[in-house]
Design a binder for this molecule. Structure first.
Ligand code: CP
Ligand code: NVA
Length: 300
C-alpha cells in the first residue's frame, strides 16, 4: 500500500520517533543514497515557498531522484482541471507528489484519486514536514522529550495544529497561547487530548512561556490571510516573542520560528538575532528531515 504523509498522525508513533533519530543520523553523516534513483517526484505548489521547495528539491537530488516543479499558473490546474483528474494523470508519469495547497481536502482528494504517495508540504490545516524537522531541532539538543515544556505563542494555525498532533506521539507538555478568536480547531485539539497528548490552551502568552524550554511562534497572517494583516496585528498585540516575554521562560529556553519571520510583529529583532534563537539550525533541518521522510515512504 502507498504511504501518504498528510499529517503527523499518518505516521505510527514508533516510526515518528525513528524518523527523528534517522534524520539526525543523516545529518551527522551527510547522507546520500540511490533510493529514489529512476524516480520522479512532482512538486505541486499553490503557495509561495523558499525552504520547503528548495529542501525537497535538494533532498530528492541527494537520494538520486529527479523532480518536476509545477504551479497552477503554469499548468491546467489554473484553468480549473479538477484535482482528481490531475492526480490520475500525474500518477502515470511520476512516483510521488509533494503538495503545498489551501484546504487539507485538496491533499485528501489527490491522495484518494492518485496511485502515488502524496506528501503535505503545507496546507491551511497542517505543516507536518516542518514540525517533524522542528522535533529534530529539539531532539539534537535535548533528546528527553518527556522532560520538556514546549510553548506556542501566536495564531492557532497550521503550525500550531501540527504541534498539537506532534504532542500525540511525543511526550512533551505543549501549552499554546492564542488570542481569542484565533484558537486551533476544536476537533484537532480534542482528538489529540483523547489520544493522550499533554496539551493546554490559554489566551495568556506569559502562562504559555512560563518555565518553557522551547518557544515557538509564526506569522500572525498566514498565506491566504494576508488581507487580514491589519486586523490581526491589533488582535495579536501582546503576542510578540520578545525579551520581556522571555523573562518568564526557562533560563536556557530556545526560540523557534519556521520562517519567514516578520520582525517586530510575532518576534522581536533582538530575539530573532539573539543567542536564544535556533531558527537557522531549524531551517537547515528541513533538508535532513525531508530525506528521512522520503526514505520512510520509499524504502521496501
Ligand atoms: N517554513 C517554511 O515552510 O518555509 P517556506 O514557506 O519558505 O517553504
Ligand atoms: N503559517 C504560515 C507558515 C509558513 C511556512 C503560513 O501558512 O503561511
Amino acid at each position: 500500500m502507498k504511504k501518504d504523509f498528510l499529517s503527523i498522525l499518518d505516521v505510527p508513533r514508533e516510526q515518528a520517533h525513528n524518523l527523528v533519530k534517522r534524520a539526525l543520523w543523516m545529518k551527522m553523516n551527510d547522507f546520500r543514497s540511490g533510493i529514489l534513483q529512476g524516480k520522479t517526484m512532482i512538486l505541486l505548489f499553490e503557495k509561495a515557498s523558499t525552504r520547503t521547495k528548495v529542501s525537497f528539491e535538494v533532498s530528492i537530488n541527494h537520494l538520486g531522484g529527479h523532480h518536476v516543479f509545477m504551479t497552477p499558473a503554469d499548468s491546467q490546474l489554473g484553468r480549473s482541471e479538477p484535482l482528481r483528474d490531475t492526480a490520475r494523470v500525474l500518477s502515470r508519469y511520476a512516483q510521488g507528489l509533494v503538495v503545498r495547497t489551501y484546504g487539507q481536502e485538496n491533499l485528501e482528494e489527490l491522495a484518494a484519486h492518485g496511485s502515488i504517495p502524496v506528501i503535505n508540504a503545507l496546507s491551511d490545516e497542517f505543516h507536518p514536514c516542518q514540525v517533524m524537522s522542528d522535533l529534530l531541532t529539539i531532539y539534537e539538543r535535548t533528546p528527553r522529550f518527556e522532560e520538556l515544556k514546549i510553548s506556542w505563542v501566536g495564531d492557532g494555525n497550521n503550525m500550531a495544529q501540527s504541534w498539537i498532533n506532534a504532542a500525540v506521539h511525543f511526550p512533551f507538555r505543549l501549552t499554546l497561547a492564542v488570542p481569542r478568536g484565533f484558537e486551533p480547531r476544536k476537533d484537532v485539539l480534542n482528538r489529540a487530548k483523547d489520544l493522550g497528548a499533554r496539551v493546554h490552551l490559554t489566551h495568556d502568552p506569559r502562562e504559555a512561556v512560563d518555565g518553557a524550554n522551547y518557544i515557538n511562534t509564526d506569522v500572525w497572517a498566514s498565506m491566504g490571510h494576508e488581507h487580514e494583516q491589519a486586523s490581526r496585528a491589533r488582535a495579536f498585540a501582546g503576542f510578540c516573542v520578545n525579551d520581556e516575554l522571555l523573562k518568564w521562560a526557562h533560563s536556557d529556553a530556545r526560540v523557534l520560528h519556521c520562517l519567514p519571520a516578520h520582525r517586530g510583529e510575532e518576534i522581536s529583532e533582538e530575539v530573532m538575532e539573539g543567542e536564544r534563537s535556533i531558527v537557522w539550525d531549524q531551517a537547515e533541518n528541513r533538508l535532513h528531515m525531508q530525506k528521512a521522510v522520503l526514505e520512510w515512504i520509499y524504502k521496501e
